[in-house]
Design a protein around this ligand. Structure first.
Ligand SMILES: O=P(O)(O)OC[C@H]1O[C@H](O)[C@H](O)[C@@H](O)[C@@H]1O
Length: 531
């Protein structure tokens, strides 16, 4: 599909792009947030945004009202609204795989009366028919596992999108998790991970969930076969396998061929990194129950509606996505640090790395043409306050500007709530220090300030708020990807390494480097047994 056919215009081909460059040269480069606050008493209000379950303060960023106006013009000229509507209409916007992109459909509330006639496009109507029956079956299964005292350990075997979302969410909602169920996430093909978990388990009290959209991913299949062998070797029977293994996949046939009968399916229009809302979310449903899982979906749906209906200038995903474009393409800031001031959200940076960098880490536009500008920032981070005692030195005083995104909860979690004010004060202090800086005659003690940050606030870390936060990030990635003119929904960049690994593995035994480049051949010899 050409950009033009899709009603899209690549950002660098718009009038707004040139206007933004001129604006950057004239005012953006030298923009000082401290001066902007002094000049505009309304700045906090102007650059903060309420969205469902999430409040955002963008005012400590290097943007003025004129910057945002031009960025909004850019969004309109790029056809963002039409592209967003195409996603919500179920069009095959993932054109390199000829797939619709409808993770949002998984979050729609069940219709009071099932729709008789398809009122939307074919893909949406078909999806709507399937989603709720599958969801109900999965949630019923989750409730049965929760009620089954014989099952104490649930092992999710999956990688990438079949691991990061459920792993992050179950940690985030730990306060609400079933106290009698231990959840384990095994992703790496390094036997140390599965081996370490299996050592703590007994087959009769363990449920394995084999989570893989394709059911072909090498790491997951290797671990699933090893788990099955372990189960059978410890006295488990073939019938027992049926009670102790379930599959979460779009490839029901492959799961059956593996020997698993209990399968919860989903559809090719759910991208791996957007799949925690589907059957891939089963570990979440087991941990927090059907009601909790529905709460997660409801929060995400509220954010979907915000993204779908709010005018661009009041849309939080749009404002954040535009800021990303401004920083990446005009200021040249190459990274964004994510700093959740919440131990529970400690895996959010890892989750966002896949969501953002696998979606928008592309070097060609939708037509395959090489892009003359940068795309996804490197997303990285650690929970606060830990990061403060590690890399914040560089964020405060290093020569690079590293925008930070703080995520703060108004209400404390269950444990030691009296420590919460100290946590929150630290987040506020860091954001303030980054902006304000500190003058000193001694260069070592000088803080230049004017270092940008965004501050996201959730009232509490409950399923709806977390669902909304994740959906916010999904849509923000959509926005910047739309402007860059790329396909945010494929991931061809992960394929080459998979193919080469298949060729290299058998060579490891012999050290045979024939036909390989000198470096790989040399390493292979060094790594071969006795090398
Ligand atoms: O769920 P699976 O099919 O096993 O895929 C797991 C992961 O591996 C792939 O290589 C992709 O890079 C990811 O987008 C995907 O989430």
């Amino acid at each position: 599909m050409t950009l033009q056919a899709a009603g899209r215009v690549r950002c660098d081909r718009t009038a707004a792009w040139a206007a933004l460059q001129a604006h950057y040269d004239a005012a953006g480069r030298g923009f000082d947030v401290r001066d902007a606050f002094a000049a505009d008493p309304q700045r906090f209000g102007r650059f903060s945004q309420e969205a469902p379950h999430v409040f955002a303060d963008l005012s400590k960023n290097r943007i003025g009202a004129d910057t945002e106006a031009l960025l909004l013009q850019l969004a309109r000229e790029c056809g963002l609204e039409g592209w967003r509507d195409a996603m919500f209409a179920g069009e095959a916007i993932n054109h390199t795989e000829q797939r619709a992109v409808m993770h949002w459909l998984l979050r729609e509330p069940a219709p009071a009366v099932p729709p008789a006639a398809p009122e939307a496009s074919g893909a949406v109507a078909a999806g709507r028919r399937d989603v709720h029956a599958t969801l109900q079956a999965m949630l019923d299964f989750a409730e049965r596992v929760r009620a089954d005292d014989a099952i104490t350990d649930i092992v999710n075997i999956g990688i990438g999108g079949s691991d990061l979302g459920p792993s992050m969410v179950t940690k985030a909602l730990d306060d609400l998790c079933h106290p009698g169920k231990r959840l384990h996430f095994v992703s790496n093909v390094d036997g140390a991970e599965l081996g370490g978990v299996l050592r703590t388990l007994r087959p009769e009290s363990t449920l394995f969930l084999v989570a893989s959209k394709t059911f072909t991913t090498a790491e997951t299949m290797t671990n699933a076969h090893a788990a099955r062998a372990w189960f059978l070797a410890r006295g488990g029977s073939e019938e027992g396998l049926q009670r102790h293994f379930a599959a979460l996949t779009t490839n029901v046939e492959a799961a059956a061929a593996f020997g698993i009968q209990t399968t919860f399916g989903f559809w090719d229009w759910v991208g791996g990194r957007y799949s925690l809302w589907s059957a891939i979310g089963l570990p979440i449903a087991i941990a927090v129950g059907a009601e909790g899982f529905r709460g997660l979906l409801a929060g995400a749906h509220a954010m979907d509606e915000h993204f779908r209906t709010a005018p661009l200038e009041r849309s939080l995903p749009v404002r954040l996505g535009l800021l990303d474009v401004w920083y990446r393409n005009f200021h040249g800031f190459a990274t964004r640090s994510v700093a959740p001031y919440s131990h529970a959200l400690r895996r959010l940076p890892a989750y966002l790395q896949q969501l953002e960098m696998e979606s928008n880490g592309k070097g060609v536009d939708a037509e395959g043409e090489t892009l003359p500008f940068a795309t996804s920032p490197v997303v990285w981070g650690e929970p606060g306050t830990n990061g403060q005692h590690a890399f914040f030195q560089m964020i405060h005083q290093g020569p690079d500007i590293l925008p930070v995104e703080f995520i703060v909860l108004r209400e404390p979690g269950r444990d030691l709530p009296e420590q919460h004010p100290r946590l929150v004060a630290n987040a506020l202090a860091q954001a303030k220090a980054l902006m304000q800086g500190k003058a000193s005659d001694d260069g070592h003690r000088r803080f230049t300030g004017n270092r940008p940050s965004t501050f996201l606030v959730l009232d509490r870390l409950d399923p709806p708020s977390l669902g909304a936060l994740i959906a916010l990030y999904e849509h923000r990635v959509f926005v910047s990807g739309a402007l860059w003119g790329i396909n945010s929904f494929d991931q061809w960049g992960v394929e080459l390494g998979k193919v080469l690994a298949k060729d290299l593995e058998p060579r490891l035994a012999s050290g045979n480097g024939e036909g390989l480049d000198a470096s790989t051949a040399g390493l292979l010899r060094r790594l071969a047994p006795g090398g």
